[in-house]
Design a protein around this ligand. Structure first.
Ligand code: VG1
Ligand code: CO
Length: 544
């Protein structure tokens, strides 16, 4: 088998976003496009030569083809061993788990997460570093710089290998291990949670659950862990077979896209507990009987109850949330006397804090929750955490959350997304907001008085690295906030995200409808940013 040096030319659009490089499949299918990015990883991550790499994806269209390309290039670039999930499948958190467990030199994850899949939809690629987490900005920048100057890549002339049979095969000098994608992850979960208590809960006959895998990666994980190991009924897992186009849907676990699950958790016959995960298995949505838990509240509840779970019995070192995530967890940290860090959006910003032992739990408003057990957010982990709490507290999801609000106050929360808006219009809107930051403090907007207004910047407390322009924050005197950001994961135009939070300490207000409570803030947010004038959008595309 022969190593080939193929000449190529740089593409100008390979700067990774919030979570790797995401583009339409058609973009990835251009000659040399994937190869250029992969070679840029090998050129900059020199420990991979002679080292071990983990490779897997969420099973979406082009997953298998991309893996074959990566394997041939790994062989030509002197990687000693690649561990691939059987069928090319590995969830994002499971990839992180495998990288850490086997002390590999990193991993490549093929996914566009919650974005739809199929020949006309999205694909993505992301490099994770040896701690198991998404590459920090200095690494993604180095890879990006390399993509701008690349003139050749190395590959092996070889046939495709069989990705479906467990075991070890050789590809030139490279050893390819096809591993079970679920085993290592399932053992880790067993080490963290009280599986006996959860098993009893399922066995009690008094508890009904549905898990929606949305035809994405978590199907095999949920079937193994919930049904086989924990004894849940086989019907518990719905949409449990990964499909290349996710059955035509958005594998995005929110009230809009997981409507089938929402129906199962609504009405008089609702199940007690329902949950969903996204394309690559790192997100989660938690529902009780006729009850939606906002991701920000979920993080706060997990933090407040962590001592009830075996893996966190010794308490939390600290917690962190992304800037737009509600401040609910801040109040828990205060009560526990631990630090709460506010980081820019994207899981890569939690990595240093986790590695340094400064935090144990962290989360994002975008349906992401996780801990120091891996270096990615972890959908099924959050579901098992909730199951463990339900099993030991013997209370419903709604009761647990309501009791939480009673103690800490309620942070009403909503996010408005304006998808695929004109890029220049979106950037103009952000610039306009930036230009107004100086006049806002002290101003009255409706009933709200502005306490501070800034463009969020973050200095990593561990390595001192600085990240600027991470979103406009407007904080009001009563603790409410409006946040504006442009998405870094979209593949079409720009997506404007508007995050709104209203704090209600008074229990008399806890039963109000979110939409009603948020309405005044929505109007202020729309007006302040001139959303309709600048984008032509009266209404958002998605409200979560
Ligand atoms: C979105 C979310 C962010 C999350 C990121 C990756 O990014 O807002 O919180 O970390 O997706 O999640 P953006 O830049 O579009 O707002 V995943 O499940 O796609 O890895
Ligand atoms: Co995801």
């Amino acid at each position: 088998m022969n190593i080939q040096h193929r000449s190529t030319r740089p593409f100008s659009d390979q700067r990774p976003g919030t979570s790797g490089l995401r583009k339409k499949v058609k973009v990835f299918q251009q000659p040399h496009y994937l190869e250029n990015f992969v070679q840029s990883i090998f050129d900059t991550q020199t420990d991979l030569r002679g080292g071990t790499l983990v490779v897997g994806g969420d099973g979406r269209f082009y997953n298998r083809e991309a893996i074959q390309v990566i394997l041939r290039m790994a062989a030509a670039n002197g990687v000693a061993k690649v561990m691939v999930g059987q069928g090319g499948l590995l969830s994002t958190p499971a990839t992180s788990c495998v990288i850490r467990k086997y002390h590999t030199q990193g991993g490549i994850i093929l996914s566009a997460s919650h974005n739809p899949g199929g020949p006309d939809e999205d694909f993505g690629i992301k490099f994770n570093v040896p701690n198991g987490g998404p590459a920090p900005e200095n690494v993604t920048e180095a890879i990006y710089r390399r993509t701008r100057e690349i003139d050749s890549y190395k590959t092996l002339e070889a046939d495709d290998i069989d990705l479906d049979t467990l075991g070890s095969v050789a590809l030139g000098e490279l050893q390819v291990d096809i591993i079970d994608p679920v085993d290592d992850y399932a053992s880790l979960m067993q080490a963290l949670f009280d599986f006996d208590a959860i098993h009893q809960l399922f066995n009690s006959g008094l508890f009904q659950m549905k898990f929606d895998a949305m035809h994405a990666i978590t199907g095999p994980y949920a079937k193994r862990i919930l049904i086989k190991m924990l004894g849940a009924e086989p019907e518990t897992v719905i949409n449990g077979t990964p499909l290349p186009d996710f059955g035509g849907g958005h594998p995005d676990p929110n009230l809009t896209h997981a409507h089938q699950l929402v129906e199962l958790a609504s009405g008089p016959d609702a199940v007690d507990f329902a949950a969903a995960s996204d394309g690559d298995g790192d997100r989660n949505m938690i529902l009780g009987k006729n009850f939606f838990v906002t991701p920000s509240d979920s993080l706060a509840v997990l933090a407040a109850n962590a001592h009830l779970v075996p893996g966190y019995r010794r308490g939390l070192a600290g917690v962190a949330r992304s800037m737009p995530t509600s401040q609910a967890v801040d109040r828990v940290a205060d009560a526990l006397g631990i630090e709460c860090y506010e980081t820019p959006t994207g899981w890569k910003f939690f990595g240093n804090l986790l590695d340094a032992g400064r935090i144990t739990l962290c989360g994002e408003e975008s349906f992401g929750t996780g801990s120091n057990h891996v270096r990615e957010k972890d959908g099924l982990w959050a579901v098992l955490f909730w199951l463990n709490l339900l099993a030991v507290r013997h209370q419903s999801v709604a009761t647990i959350v309501r009791e939480h609000w009673k103690r800490y106050g309620r942070n009403f929360y909503t996010r408005y997304d304006y998808e695929a808006v004109d890029k220049d219009a979106a950037e103009g809107l952000m610039d306009h907001l930036r230009s107004r930051l100086g006049d806002l403090p002290g101003a009255a907007l409706g009933h709200y008085k502005v306490e501070y207004a800034d463009d969020f910047a973050y200095t990593d407390p561990v390595d001192g690295s600085r990240s600027e322009r991470q979103g406009i924050r407007i904080g009001f005197e009563d603790g409410s906030r409006i946040v504006y950001r442009l998405s870094g994961t979209g593949t079409e135009g720009a997506t404007l995200r508007v995050y709104l939070e209203a704090y209600a300490p008074d229990p008399a207000k806890h039963n109000l409808e979110t939409a009603e409570v948020m309405q005044p803030l929505v109007l202020i947010a729309q007006e302040l940013a001139e959303i309709e004038q600048r984008t032509g959008r009266k209404e958002p595309t998605v409200i979560t």
